[in-house]
Design a protein around this ligand. Structure first.
Ligand SMILES: C[S@@+](CC[C@H](N)C(=O)[O-])C[C@H]1O[C@@H](n2cnc3c(N)ncnc32)[C@H](O)[C@@H]1O
Length: 400
């Protein structure tokens, strides 16, 4: 496969594409600066037989000393190239699947033309074959047999050098190839549900470096215990291995800012099981809930995703006189317990501060368990009765 374009010989030596004579004009492009290829000597009988059989058989090639190599048209005139162009017309005898395109290219002064919406051009290569090169939005010439991409044994040895012990890691070159086929565009995201040692991350980082692209990936890995007894690293689970490989791979490109985040699925630790948003009518008194840092972050990211943001959407911390709230896609999340009257004042002040254009929440979501009913009343009333100078209409949502 060639990335992003197809590059092939034009010849189709079979009865479905009977041969004919085509004149390549002076100026026809060549990949080589110079080329001199003598004409083949053929006669009437040659043409008669070829037209009769509708292709150039091996017997016929033998008889007229024509190379059996596929991809070479029969040259009826000397093919002479100087300065990357034919110096004089050269007739070729060849069967073509896309003859009309070649003729269109020739009548367009040997400039690229469109074929199914993609630019196509033709040229002579170093072996005097005539080839076409067609650009594609994404790679399509896919190999049917994958060979020479390395082995899991070799990859295992490579990884050991980095202190990573993993059985059967896939060869990085193989994954690179697969990414080229399936994820040519930077807008696509590579998803590997069975990340293992994280070969996909390394392949993607390497390929991005070569192609100066910035694709994204999602790797998924269970925290499965490591069974490899030879593991001399301190990894306890396969996930630990995935993480160190992603880190190692990213660190190899310190000139590029390669970031990634790790998310973990966890049991629901919230007191209430139902997810429904509370209304003021079912407010109850709760004791403040102390969340661990991890639970705090889990709640924040769960809400952000629930509200339609993406894993990569930035969440910025907003300081409200010592209280930290979080702004994500115009939603302000307030989870921590210490929301004070001063924090409320700071919030109202920020809503009025027309110079602070980045602060424009249209929804405030707060964690019921950490806002007692007095605070909830205070917050709701203040925001509902107050016309802020930025004229933002704000929804208030209470969540468990
Ligand atoms: C054969 S390995 C993948 C090897 C990887 N391509 C590499 O080059 O290192 C398959 C991985 O999938 C993981 N796995 C199996 N079931 C899974 C699941 N349901 N969710 C996530 N990972 C899983 C296994 O722990 C194992 O690490």
């Amino acid at each position: 496969m060639r990335k992003g374009f197809a590059d092939n010989n034009i010849n189709k030596n079979n009865p479905a594409n009977p041969p004919s004579i085509i004149v390549l004009p002076a100026g026809f492009p060549c990949s080589e600066e110079e080329l001199d290829y003598p004409a083949k000597k053929v006669d009437e009988e040659f043409f008669e037989q070829a037209y009769d059989e509708k292709f150039i058989s091996d017997d016929l090639k033998d008889k007229y000393s024509i190379e059996k190599k596929t991809g070479l048209p029969v040259k009826l005139d000397d093919m002479v190239v100087k300065d990357y162009k034919l110096t004089k017309p050269c007739r070729i005898f060849v069967g073509l699947a896309n003859k009309n395109k070649l003729l269109e290219f020739i009548s367009n002064d040997c400039k690229r033309v469109l074929d199914d919406g993609s630019p196509i051009e033709f040229y002579i290569n170093a072996s005097a074959a005539v080839r076409y090169r067609k650009e594609r939005d994404y790679a399509r010439n896919i190999l049917s047999v994958l060979k020479g991409f390395g082995t899991t044994e070799k990859s295992k040895t490579e990884l050991k050098k980095d202190g990573i012990y993993f059985d059967y890691p896939k060869p990085v070159n193989l994954i690179k190839y697969l990414i080229q086929i399936g994820c040519e565009s930077e807008e696509r995201i590579v998803l590997d549900f069975f990340a293992g040692s994280g070969s996909t991350a390394q392949a993607l980082y390497n390929l991005d470096e070569e192609e100066t692209k910035t694709r994204q990936f999602i790797l998924v890995q269970l925290d499965e215990a490591i069974k490899n007894k030879n593991d001399k690293s301190r990894s306890k689970t396969i996930f630990d291995i995935t993480k160190s490989r992603v880190l190692n791979s990213a660190n190899k490109f310190s000139n590029r800012r390669l970031g990634f985040k790790i998310f973990e699925t966890v049991e629901d630790f919230r007191i209430e099981e139902d997810d429904e948003e509370l209304t003021l009518s079912n407010l109850t008194m709760f004791d403040d809930v102390l969340l661990t840092d991890e639970q705090y972050q889990t709640l924040l990211i769960t809400w952000a995703l629930y509200d339609g943001s993406e894993l990569t959407t930035p969440i910025s911390n907003i300081d409200l006189d010592g209280y930290t709230a979080h702004l994500c896609d115009r939603r302000l999340y307030m989870i921590a317990p210490d929301f004070s009257s001063n924090a409320l004042k700071a919030l109202l002040h920020k809503l009025d501060d027309t110079d602070d254009k980045d602060f424009d929440p249209n929804k405030i979501v707060y964690y019921a368990n950490n806002f007692d009913s007095v605070k909830q009343m205070e917050l709701n009333e203040a925001l509902k009765s107050y016309a802020n100078k930025k004229s933002i209409e704000i929804d208030i949502v209470v969540r468990n």
